[in-house]
Design a binder for this molecule. Structure first.
Ligand SMILES: NC(=O)c1ccc[n+]([C@@H]2O[C@H](COP(=O)([O-])OP(=O)(O)OC[C@H]3O[C@@H](n4cnc5c(N)ncnc54)[C@H](O)[C@@H]3O)[C@@H](O)[C@H]2O)c1
Length: 431
């Protein structure tokens, strides 16, 4: 089937970091409805504002994407693409609540021969064994007969302007070979047909979740090396500089693993393994190490500060960077919070600066009064550089002299300031 002959009406369900760029990419070729239950988000998008900073105002104002929170707009769609969150509970088990709600919602409007594609990251089996039955129950239709399921994992990396949705290989899978072929054509319009058709839906689900679990484990290994290096009074970054010269050494960096994907998806895989009576040792060891990094960093900073000045216990510390990674405003599951909370527990006063995070969100969700201007920063005993946002990479000796008291400590977790020539009375420490 030629893509020119296929003009399905598409509804993207969930207009977040994943759904919005996808809807925007599809709208160039299809009639696309972007649906979200967050009324405020819909109002913002209609006014041209994307709080995730993924899509420019000029683009939002010129495209024909129909953004809506009106359920009636879910009528008469040929393809539903679901991009709702898949978080974990307090106990780190999969929270399939948003997927359940989205499936129930779509089920009410599902018509014969429609396709429901899930893009949310899940463990193998969720599309066919969890979402499919909900769609069947609510719609009264039969999956694989009256309507069809598909899965297409999302690989975009928010803030990454190189590996954008139109430049990366998209994996698709369908309940039948014909559905896989249809999805191949639809998604192929976004990225010049750079599509990999996975063997089946479970395989595609597994592929996505292991991509992120693999990344988590690789970072965990480097984080473990960082903790060993600290005991040896070596820097893991110096070790990596040397090791990276080998042709097959994998270039991972140490750090705080937060966010909605890498720090969450391995728990989905672990849950699936346990349900199959397999104890996932490597996957959960990686999680444990990465979850412990915030405390390790806080304790290391505390010990350095006590060495510099053992007379005052409570120091005034500035954290530079609150988002879960650089270049984006996303605060979800940021592990910088672990560093902050542990430093506070150790008796320190902690201020937090971030040029990209939304101060209201920081206050409401994390209870943090965010500083957003450099002019507010002076006379700290210590700066902890946690997130390499662009403005931090440009800090100069003069900035550090203003931000810090004499004999201050610079804890450079991401190795951002290695090349800054600091005055000898400052102490510099990196992982
Ligand atoms: N953010 C990433 O980098 C990334 C990358 C690849 C895959 N993923 C996966 O994609 C999925 C979505 O992630 P995200 O980062 O876009 O999340 P997000 O929180 O940015 O966006 C999800 C959106 O879905 C909306 N929503 C929730 N329930 C809904 C419902 N029932 N109906 C309609 N809208 C609903 C929310 O209001 C929100 O706007 C997750 O499974 C995630 O693991 C995310």
């Amino acid at each position: 089937m030629q893509s020119d002959h296929l003009q399905p009406k598409i509804a993207v369900i969930g207009l977040g970091y994943v759904g919005l760029p996808l809807a925007v990419a599809l709208v160039h070729r299809f009639s696309v409805t972007g649906f979200d239950i967050d009324k405020k988000r819909i109002e913002e998008l209609k006014s041209g504002f994307d709080r995730t900073h993924e899509i420019e105002e000029s683009v939002l104002k010129t495209i024909t994407l129909h953004c809506t929170d009106d359920l009636n707009d879910l009528h008469n769609q040929d393809v539903y693409i679901v991009t709702v969150p898949t978080p974990v509970t307090e106990e780190n088990t999969p929270d399939l609540g948003p997927l359940q709600k989205a499936s129930e919602m779509i089920g009410r409007y599902l018509k014969k021969n429609a396709i429901v594609v899930f893009e949310s990251t899940v463990y193998p089996g969720v599309t066919e064994e969890f979402c499919g039955p909900i769609l069947e129950r609510v719609s009264g239709l039969k999956a694989g007969v009256d309507f069809y399921l598909g899965y297409s994992p999302e690989r975009i990396n928010p803030g990454d302007k190189v590996h954008t949705i139109n430049r990366i290989t998209k994996v698709v899978a369908g309940q039948t070979p014909e559905i896989a072929e249809k999805l191949k054509i639809i998604y192929g319009t976004i990225n010049q047909d750079n599509i990999f058709v996975a063997k089946n839906i479970k395989t595609a689900e597994a592929a996505k979740v292991i991509e992120n679990a693999q990344r988590d484990i690789n970072i965990a290994f480097i984080n473990e090396v960082a903790t060993i290096a600290a005991k040896l009074d070596l820097s893991v970054y110096d070790i990596l500089d040397a090791a990276n010269t080998k042709w097959n050494f994998l270039p991972f960096q140490p750090g705080l693993v937060g966010g909605h994907c890498i720090g969450v998806d391995p728990y989905y895989l672990a849950h699936c393994a346990r349900a199959l009576q397999h104890e996932p040792e490597v996957i959960l060891a990686g999680r444990r190490i990465n979850e412990s990094m915030g405390n390790f960093i806080a304790l290391s900073v505390h010990e350095k500060l006590q060495k510099i000045n053992p007379n005052t216990l409570s120091k005034h510390i500035l954290i530079l960077g609150l988002t879960f990674k650089e270049g984006i405003p996303d605060l979800r599951n940021t592990k910088v919070l672990d560093v902050i909370n542990h430093l506070k527990k150790l008796g320190h006063t902690v201020d937090v600066h971030d040029p990209l995070a939304d101060p209201n969100e920081a206050k409401t969700h994390l209870g943090i009064d965010l500083l957003t201007s450099f002019s507010q920063l002076k006379n700290y005993d210590c700066i902890v550089g946690t997130v390499p946002h662009q403005p931090y990479l440009q800090l100069t000796v003069e900035d550090f002299q203003k931000f810090l008291t004499p004999k201050g400590l610079i804890a450079d977790i991401k190795n951002m300031w290695k090349r800054v020539k600091l005055p000898p009375d400052f102490t510099y420490w990196t992982l």
